[in-house]
Design a protein around this ligand. Structure first.
Ligand SMILES: NC(=O)c1ccc[n+]([C@@H]2O[C@H](COP(=O)([O-])OP(=O)(O)OC[C@H]3O[C@@H](n4cnc5c(N)ncnc54)[C@H](O)[C@@H]3O)[C@@H](O)[C@H]2O)c1
Length: 488
């Protein structure tokens, strides 16, 4: 029977002893970043919350990708800390699940309001720690706020069906009950929104959560959890229902194998997601996987190029290519190919001067997130050239502090070159000529990852052709979050 309540549901960290060098200057002490203290952050933060803040693991330094400097430190969770989070969440879950769904919804509404109050500082922290420009970072917090509103509505509409029974005098009533504890593992590039989707919906469904954020965005995780904690405290609800365990792969692996995690929601790379899926399946747990993308735009012969160029600039180079939906392949009709490549190069040239500090208003493109990401960019560009690709624009690391690279356009590679079919999480786009729309659809569909696809055309008939034949991976995962189980 189908689930009726399908609500939504490279790293650069250095291990150092807790006692840090007294001469280290952390960005948090710079008055320019006073918003960090508004969020309750300190120089040394505790990265584990299970109703109480206490951590015994390694100390992670959180870097600003815009300048490579340390913002502050976070003490991660040890294996024992993870265990404490999982058991505290499990225990606290019962009381939470007992609350009527609309009462849970009201708590989530209050979380939305608390986020509204912290919109600016939290947005600035996302920008500082992850590296995306401020409007995008603010947008990410707004997404969480709106999901809280959605969750509030859902809390009054959690469905269940009454079925006719073939047995006289009997009635079949379907009711969806909470699952228990949900494990949430998140990627660095959406450090707020992905947690927000998972957490808000899990909460109204009556589930507790244990969150393992990316180890390169631990400050965002601590700040968000403090906001959630403040609301839970005000409502006398055990904080452990929203537990946090900052850590790396080791903590992630523990969570994935943990039978108490009835659902594991994983957002991250395809390679890691594949392992996570297998591990959760081994124990017949549920999983929800939001993985990598290799997204194409088809530019058909009748495309409106003005519209395309402004869209492509953001789609290919925005967020420095660090969105799962970043466009990595342009499939361009042969009649427009040269014109599109030339105009795109001009458009890229127009934004180069606006690459910089993501917190500044004039900036359009920020840095890559880590030195490892810069390395991956460099290797991919070199490999593309080795395979016969031509760099039409960019291709170089920008010599300045921080982890900046040039947005890059590459031509001359075959549509099925392995490098074209691989997601490199950086602003590199491959231009590929197509003879007709049908070939464009075929090329679009030939990568494993999919995720998002676009067509630029003025022809309504072609739009519907694409609707029918294109493998479009709309992000349905978010609304298919399986947070409940069925009980009669
Ligand atoms: N589809 C989506 O909605 C979506 C959204 C954002 C990012 N992404 C994808 O995420 C990737 C970028 O993020 P990333 O670099 O943080 O991804 P990643 O796979 O390196 O890490 C994601 C998370 O998994 C954890 N992890 C690593 N190894 C693990 C293991 N063996 N078991 C359990 N957890 C483990 C990490 O610590 C991190 O918290 C890109 O591929 C991007 O396309 C997808």
């Amino acid at each position: 029977m189908s689930l009726l309540c399908r609500a939504v549901l490279s790293l650069r960290y250095i291990r150092v002893p807790m006692a840090r060098n007294a001469s280290t200057a952390f960005l948090i002490e710079d008055p320019k970043y006073s918003f960090l203290k508004d969020l309750g952050l300190k120089e040394n933060n505790v990265g584990v919350f299970n109703g109480k803040w206490k951590a015994n693991g390694e100390v992670i330094k959180s870097y600003s990708p815009a300048n490579g400097k340390v913002i502050a430190e976070v003490q991660a969770g040890s294996a024992a800390d993870y265990e404490a989070c999982a058991s505290a969440a499990q225990e606290a879950w019962h009381a939470w699940a007992e609350l009527p769904a609309p009462a849970r919804g009201e708590v989530v509404r209050q979380i939305g309001d608390a986020l509204r109050e912290n919109l600016q500082p939290l947005g600035k922290l996302v920008s500082l720690e992850m590296g995306k420009i401020l409007p995008e970072a603010i947008g990410e917090v707004i997404e969480y706020i709106h999901v809280c509103d959605l969750a509030l509505g859902l809390s009054r509409t959690l469905p269940g069906t009454v079925f006719p029974s073939e047995r006289p005098g009997h009635v079949l009533i379907e009711k969806w009950n909470p699952l228990g504890v949900v494990g949430i593992i998140t990627a660095f590039n959406f450090p707020v929104a992905v947690f927000g989707w998972n957490s808000a919906i899990a909460m109204v469904c009556g589930d507790a959560t244990v969150w393992k954020p990316s180890e390169t965005t631990p400050l965002v995780a601590v700040a968000v959890t403090k906001i959630v904690e403040s609301v839970l405290q005000k409502n006398n609800i055990p904080g452990a229902i929203a537990s946090l365990c900052v850590g790396g792969k080791g903590i992630g692996e523990k969570l994935v194998k943990d039978e108490r995690m009835k659902l594991v929601s994983f957002t991250g790379s395809t390679a890691v997601g594949q392992q996570v899926g297998v591990e959760v399946q081994k124990r017949f747990g549920r999983h929800l996987l939001e993985l990598g993308g290799n997204n194409a735009i088809i530019v058909n012969e009748d495309a409106n190029l003005e519209l395309f160029l402004s869209a492509a600039l953001f789609a290919c180079a925005g967020t420095a290519g660090q969105r799962c939906t970043t466009t990595r392949r342009l499939l361009i009709h042969k009649k427009l190919y040269s014109e599109v490549v030339n105009r795109l190069k001009k458009a890229y040239a127009g934004v180069v001067s606006r690459i910089g500090d993501p917190l500044l208003e004039e900036t359009l493109i920020g840095p890559l997130h880590t030195p490892a990401a810069v390395d991956a960019y460099k290797k991919t560009v070199a490999e593309a050239v080795k395979l016969g690709g031509k760099i039409e624009f960019g291709g170089k690391i920008i010599e300045r502090e921080g982890y900046f690279v040039e947005p890059t356009i590459i031509t001359g590679l075959p549509h099925d070159s392995p490098i074209v079919k691989t997601e490199c999480f950086a602003p590199i786009v491959y231009c590929i000529e197509i003879p007709d729309l049908e070939t464009g659809i075929q090329y679009n569909n030939e990568v494993e990852q999919g995720l998002s696809s676009s067509l630029f055309t003025e022809n309504l008939g072609d739009v519907f052709k694409v609707f029918i034949y294109m493998k479009i991976f709309i992000k349905l995962g978010h609304v298919l979050h399986r947070n409940m189980r069925m009980k009669f």
